[in-house]
Design a protein. Structure first.
Lengths: 344, 786
């Protein structure tokens, strides 16, 4: 028997059978058939003893090489099947990458509170502390200690919502300043801002809200000047409305400050040239400010011969409306999600 | 205050200053200017004479007029019923522009040519309230044909409207405005001095007061008054000032009030019952009919002017109907007085009766102008009402004319403003303001003039210097105070609540604190009477909320009604009480949470909102929370729990009762409310580090059959109590009921996780623990292994 020829025949037969192998199972059967204990090639070694000695090495070598070749073919096929199986598995995992993801959209802080936080951060960076206080205030704290005695004409500027004769919803966060000065006992410098809700007797419309948010600031020290106020206001205006903004101070009147000013910022829309938003003036009014009235210092335990200070107040809604071009103040309190979620 | 520039020019030259320049300068140095406008926004108006009038053949209401305009005789079609032959009228020629931008062109009206328009005052832009004329305006017979009509009517004027702050009562007069303009532009001021010639007959009146609320009262008597329309220039100036011309007497009192800031009142002398004026305070409940024909019920303290017997005026606020000047008035008692500002304010605001006069009195008038104004008005009445003035002014005047001398130093000025002004610069400001002062080595003694009641302290003087020098010239510096800025730990805690809930997909809302009184307790855990406004804004804004859930629930309804599917909200609000306002976190959830669109989204239920609360528990370093089933009005009776940390009740979570939700077209709304101060008090202030276990943990599962109504939390508590430290975690991972378990029973599958911190934990070590747990669960809850 020409062993080499037989092995070649077996190899050809194996190749042919492997062509039809589709599964690992098929492969196992084919492997048993060609390389198993009962396989023809496994029987060849039994013939060795019948061969002359000089032929034995060549025969043995041929059989072993033959086994390796057959085995190699099967292993190649196995690898081929394995790869195909993985391919198939992954193919079945195909996704449409254009389909929508689940909606994990974050919610968000209300735009008004976000602006409050931004202003707080700005002032914390300049060494201010943040003070809060009650919204239900006494007439004394909200008005009288701030140089607004009963029957004072300036009370018309802040038509208020009373609960009892002596209790009302605060019309500004100034009482927090009074409370802080009293807490500090007239001894140490004050450098605070006071954010919070305030209330006025107003009918709600596009530009009025009976409830709104305000931030007031107060600095009291031995050498606090109106120029310090001006520099501080310029810093806020630029932080809120952009580095290119300029401010303008105009005389005004608040009973708790003297001198009092109103502060305009150059219109961001027209860069101060004049447009519909700034009513052709080039400026937009953003806040009120002034040097703390001696009466208020005295009422709050500070000696006006030693201390002087400045105060300012800004309406948050107004800042938001100017910054984003929001046309109706009621949006802030309606909480339509189509509005609220625009400000992430 | 509406300032006629032609009027202002009488006292201070405005040469070289355009109205717009004046307005922007006043805005920066004095008061904000609200508006600048021409009294009449029309041009090319001339005086014409109607030569004849005939009916339009094709239109009943139209007349065809021939009008002499000096140069031409024009045919003009006119629609006014009062047009008549011989009238002198205002004609707008073709090419003219009338109020509101109306262009006049040569046109044909129903086949008849019309070469212009005969105008009414309204068409010139003078509001109806100032003239009450329905048809065309008819000029005096003496009006010169062909001349400029606006000039003739003195209506060619520009008005600058000041938005006055309450302190500047001096600017409620033309004189006051003139003082300020003169100071700002450093120009000369010239105020007129009234000259009056009196008759021989004496003023017989006696003037007395029973109240200190009327510190001064001056009166003159005038006879032979001819009631007639005021001269055109005077009417025009009143219109510019916003006052309707009535007749010469009333107009002159108003004119002098606007000029000087001192309100005046004229009584018809014949209606007075005696030759006496007595000022007294009203009695409680006393009634009086004011000249607007309203019967006013007075209160103690209101100031009444009486003729000794009956009231004739509500002092400083409004005159009486019975003593009003009429067309038949011949003699006058003319009053010029001052009143207590606070009382005037009290009376006028209580009666809701704000008059030009009360506005001035409540801000304070210059007592030095009281006599001046009286004489000024008398001089006008002599000229324009042919009045004769009786000899003598009768008056009392109890004003303490104490000079207000205010000391101030240059150092203080510069220390407050942060400026470096010199003595000369400050002197210059006082000079321009016409304030008298003495100065020595930078120390000033300044006398505040009586016209400036707002100048009381050195700070008021600094304001004058600041504004006249222009605040915008000051340097920009920052406070030199050195301090550490920071959010308080509690403020940081609130920010963490906001950021955590935002990251979880909830949107922050801000809702109104004032709500309908009836709904305040709807969603609260503990009912109580809300704080209410004494005079509510409206039914919708009446009382203060006790929980932010009141507003949040409505926000859910609002968004649901607008087809928003997923509405997940939070708000940091308050429980408003008179003496404390504890902050409350409200959470409201409705609709798919993290919706998966084309995939299956787990339904939003009680556990969705509980999950959010648990996320907060971890983010805020709260201790383990306990949930105890409870009932709250308007909440689902079987899906509501109080949230506790140990003994501290933090709040509640639950589903809104379907019947309540249905009233607002809602279903399946889940709410949570947590007391922020309590959360803060139980939260660990900072993180605590524990080493990470080196060895793998061992977990064991137990399936237990228990009574169906046993809360799983109770079972787990027993497990935790039994095993203590050895157990690192325990949770329910399956709940099952069914026939195989038995009626009234349920199966709970729990997983226990044991963590080995020190050494490798052997499975056998845990076996004993499991036995102990099973035993304990059997004893405590009658639980049996499944």
């Amino acid at each position: 028997m020409d062993i080499q020829k037989r092995i070649d025949e077996l190899e050809t037969a194996l190749k042919k059978e492997l062509e039809n192998v589709k599964t690992m199972n098929d492969l196992q059967n084919v492997k048993s058939k060609f390389l198993g204990k009962k396989a023809e090639i496994s029987g060849f070694m039994k013939h060795m003893k019948d061969l002359p000695n000089e032929e034995k090495p060549a025969f043995g070598k041929a059989v072993n090489e033959g086994k390796q070749r057959l085995s190699g073919l099967i292993e190649n096929k196995r690898e081929e099947l394995r790869k195909a199986a993985i391919e198939e598995k992954l193919r079945k995992e195909t996704v449409d990458v254009t389909l929508d993801a689940p909606d994990y959209a974050p919610g968000g802080v209300h735009i008004l509170n976000r602006i409050v936080e931004e202003i707080e951060d700005l002032f914390v960076g300049m060494g201010y502390k943040i003070k809060e206080g009650p919204e239900i205030e006494t007439d004394e704290m909200n008005f009288e200690k701030l140089n607004l005695p009963k029957d004072h004409p300036a009370r018309d500027m802040q038509d208020s919502l009373y609960i009892t004769k002596e209790l009302l919803l605060r019309t500004h966060t100034s009482p927090v300043q009074v409370r802080t000065m009293l807490e500090y006992g007239g001894k140490k410098p004050v450098k605070i801002i006071c954010p919070g809700k305030v209330y006025r007797r107003d009918d709600d419309d596009a530009t009025h809200s009976h409830q709104f948010l305000q931030i007031e600031g107060l600095v009291v020290d031995k050498q606090t000047t109106m120029s310090d106020l001006k520099g501080t206001l310029l810093t806020i205006a630029r932080a809120m409305f952009g580095e290119k903004r300029e401010i303008r101070l105009r005389p005004s009147y608040f009973p708790f400050t003297e001198p009092s000013v109103e502060v305009d910022v150059t219109c961001a829309n027209c860069e101060g040239i004049g447009c519909g938003i700034c009513k052709q003036t080039g400026y937009i009014e953003i806040l009120g400010a002034g040097m703390v009235n001696d009466f208020v210092l005295r009422q709050s335990g500070y000696d006006p011969d030693v201390y002087q200070g400045f105060a300012f107040g800004v309406g948050i809604e107004r800042v938001a409306m100017l910054k984003y071009g929001i046309e109706d103040i009621r949006h802030f309190y309606t909480n339509d999600l189509r509005f609220n979620t625009q400000f992430k | 205050m509406k300032v006629s520039l032609s009027w202002l020019q009488e006292y201070v030259s405005l040469e070289g200053i355009t109205p717009d320049e004046l307005a922007s300068t006043l805005t920066l140095r004095s008061q904000e200017i609200e508006n600048v406008y021409n009294l009449v926004e029309a041009d090319t108006l001339i005086i014409g004479e109607v030569l004849d009038v005939s009916k339009h053949e094709k239109a009943d209401k139209l007349s065809v007029c021939r009008v002499d305009t000096g140069k031409d005789k024009l045919q003009i079609v006119c629609g006014a019923p009062n047009v008549a032959k011989g009238q002198k009228v205002v004609v707008a020629l073709p090419g003219a522009t009338l109020a509101g931008g109306l262009r006049i062109e040569k046109t044909t009206l129903r086949g008849v040519e019309s070469n212009g328009m005969i105008c009414s005052l309204s068409e010139l832009g003078i509001e109806y309230k100032y003239h009450h004329e329905d048809g065309i305006h008819v000029l005096a017979d003496t009006a010169p044909v062909g001349e400029d009509a606006l000039e003739y009517l003195s209506l060619n004027d520009t008005v600058v409207e000041l938005d006055l702050t309450p302190n500047r009562s001096d600017l409620l007069s033309m004189h006051g405005v003139a003082y300020d303009v003169a100071a700002i532009y450093d120009r000369k001021l010239k105020l007129p001095m009234p000259e009056i010639i009196t008759a021989n007959q004496d003023n017989p009146f006696t003037i007395e007061t029973d109240t200190e609320k009327c510190p001064s009262y001056y009166a003159r008597i005038l006879d032979n008054v001819t009631i007639a329309p005021s001269p055109r220039w005077l009417q025009a100036r009143l219109i510019a000032a916003g006052i309707r011309p009535i007749n010469n007497v009333v107009d002159i009192t108003n004119y002098v009030m606007i000029e000087t800031g001192q309100p005046l009142h004229a009584f018809d002398l014949e209606t007075l019952t005696s030759e006496k004026v007595l000022v007294r305070e009203a009695k409680q409940g006393e009634t009086f009919v004011t000249l607007d024909e309203e019967k006013r019920t007075l209160e103690e303290g209101d100031i009444l002017i009486t003729d000794g017997q009956k009231p004739i005026a509500l002092g400083g606020v409004m005159g009486g109907l019975d003593t009003e000047v009429s067309d038949s008035t011949v003699s006058l008692l003319l009053e010029s007085a001052t009143f207590d500002p606070r009382q005037i304010r009290r009376t006028s605001s209580r009666l809701d009766l704000r008059s030009e006069s009360s506005i001035r009195f409540e801000r304070g008038v210059d007592p030095e102008k009281t006599r001046y104004a009286l004489d000024r008005a008398c001089a006008f009445l002599a000229t324009y009402a042919k009045a004769s003035i009786r000899n003598g002014v009768r008056y009392f005047d109890n004003h303490k004319r104490k000079k207000r001398i205010i000391p101030i130093t240059l150092d203080k000025v510069n220390k407050v403003l942060g400026s470096s002004y010199s003595v000369n610069e400050v002197q210059n400001v006082f000079d321009r303001l016409d304030f008298s002062y003495e100065e020595k080595e930078g120390r000033f003694l300044v006398e505040a003039p009586s016209r400036r009641v707002d100048i009381q302290t050195y700070q008021d003087l600094i304001e004058e210097i600041g504004r006249l020098k222009d605040y915008n010239e000051l340097p920009d510096t920052l406070p030199s105070t050195v301090s550490v800025g920071a959010l308080s730990p509690y403020q940081q805690f609130k920010r963490k609540i906001r950021s955590t809930l935002s990251a979880l997909g909830l949107s922050e809302a801000i809702t109104y604190a004032l709500r309908e009184k009836e709904r305040i307790n709807d969603l609260t855990r503990e009912n109580e009477s809300p704080v209410e406004l004494s005079k509510p804004l409206s039914k919708a804004h009446h009382a203060l909320v006790l929980t932010p859930l009141t507003g949040l629930f409505d926000v859910v309804a609002y968004n649901k009604a607008r087809k928003q599917e997923s509405v997940h909200l939070f708000e940091i609000g308050k429980r408003y009480r008179k003496n404390e306002e504890p902050e409350r976190l409200g959470i409201a959830m409705h609709g798919p949470y993290h919706p998966r669109h084309w995939q299956k989204t787990p339904p939003t239920d009680f556990f969705t909102v509980k999950g959010v609360v648990e996320a907060l528990q971890k983010a805020l370093r709260l201790p383990e929370l306990d949930y105890e089933k409870t009932t709250i009005d308007n909440y689902h009776p079987h899906q509501t729990a109080v949230v506790k940390a140990g003994d501290t009740t933090l709040g509640h979570i639950g589903k809104v009762h379907p019947e309540y939700a249905e009233q607002y077209d809602l279903e399946d709304v889940y709410l949570a409310e947590l007391a922020i101060d309590k959360l803060y008090s139980v939260a660990e202030k900072d993180a605590t580090y524990r080493t990470v276990a080196k060895y793998p943990h061992i977990s064991r599962d137990l399936a237990l059959v228990v009574d169906a109504d046993l809360p799983a939390g109770e079972l787990l508590k027993t497990v935790e109590r039994t095993l203590g430290e050895r157990l690192s975690e325990s949770r329910v991972f399956d709940v099952f009921t069914g026939k195989t378990i038995g009626e009234g029973k349920k199966s709970l599958a729990i997983r226990l996780i044991f963590e080995a911190r020190e050494e490798t934990l052997q499975s056998s070590d845990v076996d004993a623990d499991i036995e102990r747990v099973v035993e304990a669960l059997k004893d405590t809850h009658d639980a049996r292994l499944r």
